[in-house]
Each structure stands twice: as C-alpha cells, then as structure tokens.
Design a protein around this ligand. Structure first.
Ligand code: SF4
Ligand code: MG
Length: 331
C-alpha cells in the first residue's frame, strides 16, 4: 500500500502558568492511500492536538516544537502560510466536531460552497454554483437548502454541508475530528454511512478521531491509541478485536462491553490520566497499569514494531531488544 501521510516525532507544546504542557510528545504514524486511520484515547490525550498540528490549525500558545508531517512527500510543517493555503481543501481538508466552527454564520450555504471552490479553482461563479449543487446531491441535501443560512439547518444537515465542503476539491486526506459527536444517534448513523460511501466512491484517506471506540472499530482499518500525549499502540482493527497488546488499550476496550453496547466507565483502568506538565517518569501509564514492572517506573518504553503495528510497552521488551540490535546493526 502506498503511504500518503507520514507523521514523524510530532511534538506540540504550549506554555501554561504552571509550565510547559507537552500535548503531543513524539507522535509517529503513517496513513496509506485510501485508508481510514483512527486515533483513539480519552479526552485530553492529544488526538485533536495531533490533528491540528497536521493540518496547521494550531493557535498560540500551542506550537509545533519538533517533528515532520509529510503529505505525498511534501513537508507540511515548513511551508509558508500561503503555500499551505494552496493545499488546504485541494489536498487536505478538515471536518470539526461542531459544524458551526466550519461555517460562516452570515453567509448562505450555496455561496459558502461556491466561495471555497472559487478560492482554489479558476472558474466562473456559475460553474462554482453548479459544482455546489453537485456537492449537495452527493451528501443528500435538498437543493433549496443552498439558499439557507447555517442556523436554518439542523445539526446533521450542517455537518453534511461541512463534509460536502471538505470534499469540494477532491482532497487526498480528510481529517475528521469527532465529526458526529454533537449529533443524536440516528443522525450520526446516517452521516457515518454517508462518509463511508463517499470514501468508497472517491478513495480519499481519512484520519478519523473519536472517543467512541465502537464507532472507530466499525470504520477504521488501523487505529492508533494515544495516552497522555504519547502514541502507545498502533494496530489493525482485527488485532484490536482479537487482543490488544498495550495494557492501556486493553483497559480502554474493556470499558466498551461490546461494539454496539453502551459506554461504561473505564472499568478496566483505575485512576485518571496524568498532568501533562509533570507526567510520570518511565512509562506514563505506570501508575495505572496492573502489569507494571520495576523497569516501567524509570525507563520510557519506545515504540517498536509488533505484529501489524507498533507498541510502546516494556512487556514487549524481548522483541524490543532484538529490534534495537537489528536497527543498530543496519545503521
Ligand atoms: Fe504497563 Fe510497563 Fe507496559 Fe507501561 S510499559 S503499559 S507500565 S507494562
Ligand atoms: Mg478532542
């Protein structure tokens, strides 16, 4: 499979009155062409921050302090704003949780769609409006809604408009951060199946972020699990369903009794995530981990390939040692 996006050692931090918060700390993963890749984890683990870092939506005081993001071999982190703006929508677009954050409240839907097309493609307003009509059809919205303002639409309709806008210039990657979280369950199901259908038709890749693990397992072929700013495991859906490797992932999955069942408290994991200003030494999960060893308290586990994915946990140390030797020998 061809790699589309490669994120390497992404570090995002911001200053707070108590010190530097490392919201994403050395995050690395890749997304293939046509793949739906998920990022999961409790709120505050850094999944949205990572998405914002990739799509250059970080706002001060948050800043990228290290790392690389390559989309089709173009390094995104060092592009000028003008250069990145040319790629926004045409190569990479983003759908946020609240459609209102994506839409201009005082502009009619049709004009917004046409405008976002016109900023990137040389065409007449008439052609852009025609494209807007096609996009409305694509997301099953009635044509007369082109003349509506965002507040005149339901939440589900607004999110469909945002999805249409995100797809208006055939991007290769669409980042979706909790795209259905604000919607009720029935509307959510409709939007999810629409997203899946469009993805099948057009073949774009998706970075899908949600705290809804059953939904994620339904949609994504591979999933990255984040804990306290670190990516602790990447695994295929099958691997996660058969037996997650990282103790945190195991706890996270235990908190969802079945893929369709209701969410329970994180029964498998006592305690709460650490303060990101002074995270625990060693493995950040060690104060909550039932399988912690003495080594976990001061040695930070590094992410190593295991199975189809990677795991950062000392329980996989044997393979880790072999891997470290192999990569040292090949240097
Ligand atoms: Fe638990 Fe140690 Fe693995 Fe961390 S490294 S998850 S503390 S076993
Ligand atoms: Mg978030």
């Amino acid at each position: 499979m061809m790699e589309l996006l490669k994120v390497s050692n992404l570090c995002i931090e911001y200053a707070s009155p108590r010190g530097i918060v490392k919201a994403a700390d050395g995050v690395s993963f890749a997304i293939n062409r046509g793949e739906i890749f998920g990022l999961a984890g409790e709120s505050g683990c850094g999944k949205s921050t990572t998405a914002y870092g990739i799509s250059r939506l970080l706002r001060p005081p948050a800043r990228l302090s290290a790392g690389s993001v390559k989309l089709e071999d173009v390094e995104l982190t060092t592009l000028s704003d003008a250069e990145f703006d040319r790629l926004r929508w045409s190569k990479i677009s983003i759908v946020l949780q609240s459609a209102m954050n994506n839409l201009n409240p005082v502009m009619k839907i049709g004009d917004q769609l046409a405008d976002s097309i016109l900023t990137h493609e040389p065409m007449t307003k008439q052609q852009a409006l025609q494209r807007a009509r096609e996009l409305m059809q694509l997301v099953d919205l009635p044509m007369d809604r082109l003349g509506s303002f965002p507040h005149e639409l339901s939440g589900g309709m607004r999110q469909r408009v945002v999805i249409a806008m995100a797809l208006s210039l055939n991007p290769s990657l669409v980042i979706m951060d909790e795209p259905t979280t604000a919607l009720d369950v029935v509307v959510q199901k409709g939007i999810v199946s629409k997203i899946m259908e469009l993805q099948q038709t057009f073949g774009f890749s998706i970075l899908f972020i949600t705290h809804d693990l059953p939904l994620m397992l339904e949609m994504c072929s591979r999933i990255g699990i984040m804990y306290a700013g670190k990516l602790v495991e990447v695994a295929s859906r099958e691997e996660l369903l058969e037996g997650p490797r990282h103790p945190y992932t195991q706890g996270l999955l235990r908190s969802f009794p079945s893929v369709s069942g209701p969410r329970k408290r994180l029964a498998g994991i006592p305690g709460s995530p650490p303060d990101l200003i002074t995270p625990p030494a060693g493995c950040r999960f060690h104060p909550r981990c039932g399988q912690a060893k003495p080594r976990c308290i001061n040695a930070e586990p590094i992410a190593l390939p295991v199975g189809e994915g990677v795991v950062a946990c000392h329980l996989y140390g044997e393979e880790g040692t072999a891997y470290e030797q192999a990569s040292a020998a090949s240097e």
